[in-house]
Design a protein around this ligand. Sequence first.
Ligand SMILES: NC(=O)C1=CN([C@@H]2O[C@H](COP(=O)(O)OP(=O)(O)OC[C@H]3O[C@@H](n4cnc5c(N)ncnc54)[C@H](OP(=O)(O)O)[C@@H]3O)[C@@H](O)[C@H]2O)C=CC1
Ligand SMILES: O=C(CO)[C@H](O)[C@H](O)COP(=O)(O)O
Length: 475
Amino acid sequence: MAADLKTADIGVYGLGTMGSALALNLAEQGFRVAVSNREADWIAPFLEEAGPLAGHLSGHATLEDFVDSIAQPRSILFMIPSGAPMDAMIDAVMPLLDEGDTIIDGGNADFHDTRRRAAAFDGTGRHFVGMGVSGGEEGARHGPSMMVGGTDHSWTQLRPMLSAIAAKFQGAPCVDHLGPDGAGHFVKTVHNGIEYADMQMITEVYGLLRDAGGQTAPQIGALFESWQKGPLSSYLIEVSAAALQTVDAESGTPMVDLILDKAGQKGTGRWTLIEALKLGQSASTIEAAVGARGWSSEKALRVAAAPLLSDAVTGGTLPTEDEMKSALLAARILGHAQGFRVLSAASDEFGWQLDMARIAEIWRAGCIIRSALLDDLADAFHAGLPEGALILAPAIRDMLGDHLAGLRKTVAAGVSLGVPMPVLSASLAWYDSIRTARGSANLIQAQRDFFGAHGFERGDIAGAHHGTWNAIRRD
Ligand SMILES: NC(=O)C1=CN([C@@H]2O[C@H](COP(=O)(O)OP(=O)(O)OC[C@H]3O[C@@H](n4cnc5c(N)ncnc54)[C@H](OP(=O)(O)O)[C@@H]3O)[C@@H](O)[C@H]2O)C=CC1
Ligand SMILES: O=C(CO)[C@H](O)[C@H](O)COP(=O)(O)O
């Protein structure tokens, strides 16, 4: 099973879905790859299935043999669950490492863990990289988007290999060194928050067409497929179109009609939200998506509530196909704008100097949220943002202007027909809030001062003020 000592270009530990695919991708690009796995029994079948690529792969049952087989300075990629398993692996591998070696956590890790681990590596001569990988199994095998956080030393070492295996957008690899310590994992976390929002808004239009429009899954799938040709084009629309048109061979029923309406989540959407709130940001579109997954899992409550809660629907007409398409495009812009605001706030907080244009660029191919929109967003970042706001960039503002009416009509239809649209409506509410120069928070100021003497600012006289408020009438 083992090959020559110290000859592998990289080691990949963890032969699950992602680790296997990345190891094969590296091998296909001509790198010599050492592999290992906690359950060593998986190594031989993996090598057998690698076919002609097996010549570039060597399997190692023990951590010692695995580390020994990699050329120095070593690059070792871990594709295992985040949290305690990664800490345990670091403890196990650390005594086997030498000066200059880099270990990479390519899983979906909490960036706080990554910062803690990177700090622990500081001064040891060894390096720790937190790398977000997006694209699922297919992306990992044939070209993912990768978001690297770590030292310059590690980036210099990893760059040739990562550039070779990354997805390419017009020939340019979708990978970059985004900053130190937790920068890469934070960007991946926000990527996933945007992913949650994009997925949920697509399902809201599906729900409207199914429940208010009486359309079948294949009909909706065909409509989504037709949207792939325009500005809404994205991997998630493509996935949704294909999934909706898939029929269960045994029953002849569309697969989605057989699947329970309960969606799981592993945590990255929630992390995006938690970090947004800690940074004083509202990411209401993403929050609505995380919330919607939570409500989806409360199946028993919803089944019990359905016959008990009145709908009070007021009736109404379905939006046109173009209006629904516009709704998705406008909401996608708003979801991305919120995600980039969170990235910008984190960059300031942690001193990362994240390059938003580069992030948009490396998301244009390979990753789950890849879409035609990201190219427009990259251009907008390059041109500079008025007030630092993506939605004020002329091209983005124009696009929102063109598609806003569709979003409003779609949300209005959902409201009047009683079809839930948490993400589409949260996106519209955020847009309407931002475009309202004189909002209604003057009354919040008054309320706070009334009950808590918190003071308020006035528009006409500078400084802090207190009001002399009327007493509450009790008669
Ligand atoms: N699936 C996806 O689409 C994506 C996943 N990720 C992330 O990549 C990482 C791997 O995911 P994925 O490949 O899907 O997961 P899988 O469940 O397919 O594989 C998990 C791998 O981790 C190993 N492992 C599990 N627990 C431990 C442990 N305590 N110590 C050491 N090794 C362990 C498993 O080994 P064993 O065979 O012995 O159980 C297996 O090799 C995760 O962090 C995930 O969040 C990132 C992007 C996309
Ligand atoms: O990182 C990913 C895609 O980018 C993984 O598929 C992740 O598991 C998706 O998140 P969740 O499981 O919470 O839906």
